[in-house]
Ligand binder design. Structure first.
Ligand SMILES: Cc1ncc(C[n+]2csc(CCOP(=O)(O)OP(=O)(O)O)c2C)c(N)n1
Ligand SMILES: [Mg+2]
Length: 579
């Protein structure tokens, strides 16, 4: 018997091992929802309360698992709600499929109720973007959409007029799920030799490791150790090699460390592994360092810093061949590494004082330290945008056995809770901790109820400073007076209780520690810790250029803290001992 096109569509998703479809039903997508209902024993529909959460959760699922995330909504308003999470997927280069409803074909182009031209609206976000116009080839197009999302590491969007999936397809369809594979280009020996030469001839090599190294963490870690090369991690790549690796200098950039900033200023060879890190101000000054870059995307090579050798290749393969190209290590000299390590030791001593701050309201530094010290080794962190991002960059030591996700390049507030929902659904046995500011949480808080509905014991920590603290400091850095940054407080713990979860308020370090301890033991329901925190400035590793001028004007606390940094000896001075 011929199948309905919608049933074929769902079969294609099942073939690709899709476990979850995040969404909210409604009239223009209901025939697809009906097909999902029929296969609910093989694929879960995760009902959210706002479509933005569906797309953010789908993006997070892709970040966590490396597999396609899928989200679904009606056309018109529901589709528009999904844009944000789809941009998050696009900008963090993860595969997501969005199924958007549309008015029936007989009403198309009539400016009908909820008729939005989604193929046009989504044209910028999508790597594959089609309006379905027939039922016979729907399954084929879904299959191609998925292949393209994987191949281009991006978002595939299908707009489905709701009368089409309902119709019978002319013939059966066999998906390409079992035969699909991605292969990395091969690099010729000459280029590998050129890369080896660069490393051998450098005195102060430094690696910048990005998300492209995700599946090569231990290989990169071993290579850098053997060759005495210090490394810096981009924030989204945090934990891939592990913050406690002896060669780690922490994260780079505004949220990064002083040792990382200074190593960038002093290196003579920047080795960029799987990164397209955009903040040029935190890279070496052009002309001061050579650069070796490895990236699967040819367009990323030389984009941020001129490359002397560029390898469009898989990192594991390159490192393996670099090892083969040399019988001995390429870079046995540990002088630069030793200097950097001493710089890190000084920095860590300075930071240690902050980890122990015992204040009311809580110092976020101490709060993050408590999470760091108690979170099990398989914890998944989902971090929001705001000062939570800065504190996590500094005070969480993420290990390769943990996972760490955030909205890295879109930087959208409201990403942490959807990320935590996806994390708990995909890894039910692992602890999941999301940390968000009070502003960010309020953008998606309705979906705490989703975590209640699906009995997800995630731990959602609200950093409650009753303001948009990150913006407070941004305004100051720009030399502006603070305006419109205060947030009305509310009892988030009571909200969590009312939603059917567990709400706990914490105002002191002791209360927070107890709350967290209790939260680890809760089963079958989400916990919200409403943590009242000081609005401490997220301390700079180094303020660059224009920002410094802005702070001068404002004369803020932030600048006073920055002045303390020179108390730590600069890397240049430390280096004299080693060279
Ligand atoms: C959707 C969205 N809107 C606005 C911003 C700009 N923004 C970045 S951080 C921030 C403040 C975050 O406030 P909150 O969540 O309370 O965290 P805090 O910085 O106070 O810890 C804002 C408004 C953003 N990144 N995303
Ligand atoms: Mg806040």
């Amino acid at each position: 018997m011929a199948q309905k096109a919608s049933e074929q569509l769902v079969d294609v998703l099942i073939d690709w091992h899709i476990k979850h479809v995040y969404g909210l039903p409604g009239d223009s997508i209901d025939t697809t929802v009906d097909a999902l209902r029929k296969k609910q024993d093989q694929i879960d529909f995760v009902q959210v309360r706002h479509e933005e959460v569906a797309s953010l959760a789908a993006a997070a699922e892709a970040k966590l698992t490396g597999k396609l995330g899928v989200c679904l909504s009606i056309g018109g308003p529901g589709a528009i709600h999904m844009l944000n999470g789809l941009y998050d997927a696009k900008m963090d280069h993860v595969p997501v499929l969005a199924l958007l409803g549309q008015v029936d074909t007989q009403f198309l182009n009539e400016a009908y109720f909820q008729e939005v031209n989604t193929p046009e609206l989504f044209s910028d976000v999508a790597v594959y973007n089609k309006l379905i116009t027939a039922s016979d080839n729907l399954a084929e197009i879904v299959d191609e959409a998925i292949r393209t999302a994987y191949e281009k590491h991006g978002v595939a969007v299908l707009t489905l007029p709701d009368n089409l999936p309902e119709q019978k397809a002319a013939s059966s369809y066999t998906s390409s799920a079992n035969t699909f594979q991605l292969t990395a280009p091969q690099v010729d020996d000459e280029r590998i030799k050129a890369a080896a030469k660069l490393i051998r001839e450098s005195k102060k090599p430094l690696a910048l490791v990005g998300l492209g190294a995700k599946n090569a963490g231990s290989q990169v870690g071993n290579f850098l150790k053997r060759n005495q090369i210090p490394f810096i991690s981009t924030l989204p790549a945090k934990g891939i090699i592990g913050d406690s690796h002896p060669n780690s200098l922490g994260n780079v950039g505004k949220l990064g460390t002083k040792p990382a900033y200074e190593a960038m200023q002093n290196t003579d060879l920047l080795i960029m592994l799987g990164t397209n890190y955009p903040y040029k101000a935190y890279l070496p000054k052009p002309g001061t360092a050579k650069s070796l870059q490895v990236n699967l995307d040819p367009a990323a090579i030389g984009k941020r810093y001129p490359a002397d050798v560029g390898l469009v290749a898989d990192i594991k393969d390159v490192l393996h061949r670099l090892d083969l190209a040399e019988t001995t290590v390429l870079h046995p000299d540990d002088s630069f590494l030793k200097a950097c390590q001493e710089n890190v030791a000084n920095w860590n001593r300075w930071m240690a004082g902050k980890r122990e701050l015992d204040t009311t309201p809580l110092a976020p530094e101490a709060l993050f330290n408590e999470i760091n010290e108690t979170a099990p080794l398989n914890t998944i962190y989902s971090i929001d945008v705001g000062t939570a991002t800065s504190w996590s960059a500094r005070f969480l030591n993420v290990s390769p056995s943990q996972k760490f996700i955030l909205s890295a390049y879109l930087g959208t507030m409201g990403c942490a809770l959807p990320g935590a929902i996806a994390a708990k659904l995909n890894y039910p046995d692992r602890p999941v901790i999301s940390v968000n500011g009070d502003g960010a949480f309020a953008m998606v808080m309705q979906d705490f109820i989703t975590a209640v509905k699906y009995k997800l014991p995630l731990i959602n920590i609200v950093l409650n400073n009753s303001k948009l603290a990150f913006i407070e400091y941004e305004q100051q850095a720009a030399g502006q007076l603070n305006y419109q940054i205060d947030l009305q407080d509310m009892d988030y713990a009571k909200f969590a209780d009312a939603a059917g979860g567990v709400g706990i308020t914490a105002k002191t370090p002791e209360e927070f520690n107890q709350a967290l301890n209790r939260a680890y033991r809760v089963q079958n329901m989400p916990v919200l810790i409403n943590a009242y925190v000081r609005d401490d400035a997220p301390l700079p590793g180094k303020i660059v250029g224009e920002e410094a001028k802005g702070y001068m004007k404002f004369g803020s606390q932030y600048l006073k803290e920055e002045k303390k940094i020179p108390e730590l000896p600069p890397l240049k001075d430390i280096m004299r001992q080693f060279f």
